[in-house]
Design a protein. Sequence first.
Lengths: 314, 264, 359
Amino acid sequence: MEIVAFLHALLVEPFVAMWQNPEFLLEVAIGGLLTGVMYSLVALGFVLIYKASGVFNFAQGTMVLFAALTFVGLLERGFPVWASFLLTALAMIAMAFVIERLVLRPLVNQDPIILFMATIGLTYFLEGFGQIVWGGDVHPLDIGIPKSPLIIGGVLINEFDLVAAAVCGVLVTVLAVFFQRTAIGRALRAVADDHQAALSVGIPLKNIWVIVWAVAGIVGLVAGILWGSNLGVQFSISLVALKALPVLILGGFTSVPGAIVGGLIIGVGEKVAEVFWTPATGGAIEDWFAYALALVFLLIRPQGLFGERIIERV
Amino acid sequence: MAAAKRIGEPVLEVRDITLSFGGVRALLDVSLEIRAREILAIIGPNGAGKTSMLNVINGFYHPQEGTIAYKGRVRQRMRPHEAAEQGIARTFQNVALFRGMTTLDNIMTGRLLKMRRNFLWQTIHWGPALAEELEHRVFAERIIDFLEIESIRRTPVGQLPYGLQKRVELGRALAMEPELLLLDEPMAGMNVEEKEDMSRFILDVNDEFGTTIALIEHDMGVVMDISDRVVVLDYGRKIADGSPDQVRRDTAVIDAYLGVAHEA
Amino acid sequence: MLYREAGQFKSSYGADEAIFPIRQDRWLFAAALIVAYVVVPLIASEYWLLSILIPFLVFSLAAIGLNILTGYAGQVSLGTGGFMAVGAFATYKLATSFPDLNIVVVFILAGLITAMVGVLFGWPSLRIKGFYLAVATLAAQFFLIWMFNKFPWFNNYTPSGVISAPPRAVFGHVFVTGAEANSVDKYLFVLSAVTLLALAAKNLVRGRVGREWMAIRDMDIAAEIIGIRPLKTKLLAFAISSFYCGIAGAMWAFIYTGGVEALAFDIDRSFQILFMIIIGGLGSILGSFLGAAFIVLLPLLLERTPMALGFDVPVNYLSNMQSMIFGALIIFFLIVEPRGLARLWQIGKEKLRMWPFPY
């Protein structure tokens, strides 16, 4: 009997609740969008690096933290917003140079897992470094993004979420133009397709790597500012990276649209699951729901949402 | 060729195979048979579907149409490991060795199917498990002897030059004691001397163990010298099938393939 | 001059396939065993036994487990902590539900339960590979820890969520868990278990099973073509790897700390074990031990050095400094020797064999 009640609570009641109050469902879903945008941005930085260098960059979340810490640290020392942004962007570019020189170049041609481990080492380093330089406390961040709630069509929406979505949209558009229309973008796509072939037509691989790491750092900066404006800049930002990983499974490691759509799906799905399934499971399923969702998806479609089907050859 | 009389009944019969990827036809209505104890060469220009043919035979690709009968049994879908269990071994155009393992370990992997002790026995590495291991080690050493690769026994194969890797790969296939051995360009990228060695190994395997061999090769001299029969593919179709001499004189073959080769 | 194999001829393949084909290595191994079993219990302090040697051994066991899966079978896993937690909680439930069951049997059963859980989470490995699989194993990590936190049945409804080891003895009266247990007894118990399991692992990886794993790791398509069944081989790796991790988790909870909550096995634990096998050497049993020793000793060293040099560093500064040095060292190691300490050890031995003639 107990098990029947449990299954009822697990499989029936949440859907009944959704059916009875669709406005609430919509609100919850929109509430999940902001988190989804965050996941998308972190996943985006990840995809850029993976595409161009084949490196599974575990440090992406820490790069977000590091960028946000630097930004907020400069603000606290009296720099205006635009100057802090520029200086932080420059810092991220400098970091890309250092990483390429000290980590990637000596490890070129190693197994992917070795590079992956190196980025975990990088994670530890940046976490320590960022907190030594800028301190480990929670830094409140307010750069004047409006936060008042709006009612649109009977649904409660936070202005902040709209701004975040707009920023994300602009960023993706800029990146798309950069990739499709510029010479650097063309070189990047060539490298993503085939390292050896790109090298043989004279594309300098090193520069490309610096560029993608710098771009990923700047995307991380944007993500960090948005997240920090909402919850303050603190250590836990780097944990967002762990949530961005299932996004990658869902969207495919190499797909930019996959990262965006996957992030939104996970953000929304996670929120909906948390709200509607808490009675059945006792809550806190946010910890693993994204992974379960991605995993189920993966078993149905191993190449991800937008990934190409891989034909194995021998 | 004097050896022709030892050739027996067909062991493998491919009937009207059609294989396509998306819209691209790799094989179209191809039929061929491989007879016991013969050396069959499959030749043809690049992209003619030779490797696809081998992939179909050992279950790596599944053709859309047609049937394959191996030792009289018609197969539907088959996984590559099932082909291996039935005695089909092969080598690859781009060497497919286990690069992190030594030559000896690579050849020992060819014996895996014949090793029966379960993992609990393996954990003690003693008694029956050890006896089994040593028995297969003896076999592996015979192959190492045969292929003259004693000196690289303990070398990780990733560090070996290409020609030796090809030889180790042949060794791994031989360790399986296959009834049907498929060789995909066993001499690609070799110099004359290495090709001579490899040809000798192939003839010896065929001679000593009676192994049936189907091979893909581009070097016409080698093909004409060592094979009992030649099948020619062009654009996914079979255009000729016969003894080396017949194929050499076949006008369709000359047009499609040899003629071009002469001009070049 | 001492390390020479000249004059040692092998007259059978059996002798050639011994773990230590060179006589000096056999002596070295025997000496290590004597030190570990006789000398250490006589001279080691309580602190060394409880805070360094026992965690080192437990970590080594977990590292062997992960190395089987990742180093030999090539399946990257980030779920080690979760599997250790399964071992710990299974031991707790078994030991408290069946108080009369011998603790050795309890540990083995807990290992078997973990093996089953490992197989369950290893199932997707047939369809997904590489980093996709690594991320999928994170699902196991997060789900398992969540489960042990969420359902109080697992900790027998203790409000704190901490499971504490009840006293249990081997050979009737030698206590190895609980407050009364003597630290030397605990150490010897863990040492015996680790010795046996490490030998078993070494035997596995140099035989048929190990070759199947390495074949799948190096080239799964070619492995299938020589007759290896990928799913069966991968699942066996998951099962055996999880068995080791489960026993390591059980010993962590019952013998090393005596009481833990699920958070002791969070994602950081998984990374810690992964570091051990990378630094120690992927695909090396010896490397698992070397890596565990490195990771256990390094924080101690980082903690003690500033003190010894007379610096007074604030605690939070120190921990940040440590994580920086730790991260930098990882990268440094990967650059210098991506195949780990085990490889350095091997190179050292080769040099010694040739010495004093370099060629």
